[in-house]
Design a binder for this molecule. Structure first.
Ligand code: PGA
Ligand code: ZN
Length: 399
């Protein structure tokens, strides 16, 4: 049984306060986890409260329902207690940041009691032995960096990598090679929130650099490296003019679809996340139909890890893959439900970090536990390498 839950404010990678939870059990189990935080958040995400407020409300409402009542290893009971304590359907009372931190910390305490690694506790004995392919953010802008590209993320996708370790290092090499190409072109670049280069260049130039960097590294390492995008198009979409606003032009929905399909064809993109506005299932369905199976059309702001939004996507044929972010929905149980629904309907799953992160490595375990196809967790910043290095350790442990 859970004997205590303590909550504190810690720093995230943007320097903002976020919620960290410690869960202790009577039998001596211990788990610690921290909530991440988004910048290009979806309209339908669970609600992140200011850390102070989330902590105070969770202490008042959630902690008494957990302590001396619920087993840490009984994830459904933990998350049920969090839901009951909150009483809303979007965690706006105790905050999705408190909820997800407690939910993940309880899972770790449950694993600790069993003496099992977290991926084993969450995935069980019948987990498969696949490893997720890491998508690595190489160049970006959008909501993650000012005066950089319009498209938020250009991601390396080392689809041919023979092991998770080689995939992780390939992504780091692509990031390094993109830096070299920027140097060759005399372009200075800082970095965005996730550690991607944030140069003052057009999207067209970013495509050129990605193509060059991935092909150079692919040749060097001897396996296929494709690339993909997170367009985060909800942030570009302007409702009043019903158009997608780029630095130098505006596109109608039809033009946006055509542009995306052209990019997929020209660059053989492996992955396109949120190419359209989060409310436009119909346009998502159209683009999914047009690009075929070789390219993942992924819903992030569209689905927000939410079972009912994914159900609507399945009905309408919107997307063929889903981004999974536990803090978008607020608990691990809800996260698992979304993954299960996706897998049953042949949607690929991509477990993801947020732009504001901590050293917490829960998502690496979640990706392995659920046999996720991909994990999106940056490339070379410390809070990102924490997850990637954990994946390397898990791979070594699990073979
Ligand atoms: P966010 O960005 O964490 O700022 O929402 C990541 C993403 O959009 O995938
Ligand atoms: Zn996204």
């Amino acid at each position: 049984q859970i004997s205590s839950v303590s909550l504190r404010r810690v720093l995230d990678s943007r320097g903002n306060p976020t919620v960290e939870a410690d869960v202790l059990t009577e039998s001596g189990g211990f788990g610690r986890a921290a909530a991440p935080s988004g910048a290009s958040t979806g309209e339908y995400e669970a609600i992140e409260l200011p850390a102070n407020e989330a902590i105070a409300n969770a202490r008042e409402h959630a902690v008494p329902r957990l302590v001396d009542t619920v087993y840490a290893g009984d994830q459904r009971a933990v998350d049920g207690a969090l839901r009951a304590a909150d009483g809303t359907d979007n965690f706006s009372e105790i905050g999705a940041n408190s909820a997800v931190a407690i939910s993940m910390a309880a899972a770790k305490a449950g694993a600790d009691v069993l003496g099992a690694p977290l991926y084993q506790h969450l995935g069980g004995a019948f987990r498969g032995d696949n490893f997720p392919i890491p998508l690595g953010n190489v160049i970006g802008g959008g909501e993650h960096a000012k005066d950089a590209t319009d498209i938020q993320e250009f991601l390396a996708a080392p689809v041919g990598a023979p092991s998770v370790e080689e995939a992780v290092f390939a992504n780091a090499k692509v990031h390094g090679e993109a830096g070299n190409i920027l140097d060759e072109r005399g372009i200075g670049a800082g970095k965005g929130d996730e550690g991607a280069w944030a140069p003052p260049i057009s999207d067209a130039e970013a495509f050129e650099i990605m193509e060059e960097a991935t092909s150079r590294v692919s040749e060097a390492v001897g396996f296929e490296i494709r690339f993909g995008l997170d367009v985060a198009a909800t942030e570009m979409y302007d409702e009043d003019s019903d158009s997608y606003v780029y630095s130098d032009e505006e596109k109608s929905t039809d033009e946006q679809i055509e542009y995306m399909v052209d990019l997929v064809e020209e660059y053989d993109l492996a992955y396109v996340e949120d190419p359209l506005d989060e409310n436009d299932y119909e346009a998502f369905a159209e683009i999914t139909e047009l690009v075929g199976d070789r390219t993942m059309i992924c819903g992030d702001d569209l689905f927000v890890t939410n079972v009912s939004r994914l159900e609507e996507g399945i009905e309408t044929g919107a997307g063929n893959s889903i981004l999974i972010k536990p803090n978008q929905i607020g608990s691990l149980s809800d996260t698992f439900d979304a993954i299960e629904l996706a897998v049953r309907n042949e949607y690929k799953t991509i477990i993801s970090h947020r732009s504001g992160e901590t050293e917490d490595t829960t998502i690496a375990h979640l990706a392995v536990a659920t046999d996720a196809d991909y994990i999106k967790t940056g490339t070379v910043a410390g809070e990102r390498t924490a997850k990637l290095n954990e994946l390397i350790r898990i791979a070594e442990d699990a073979v």
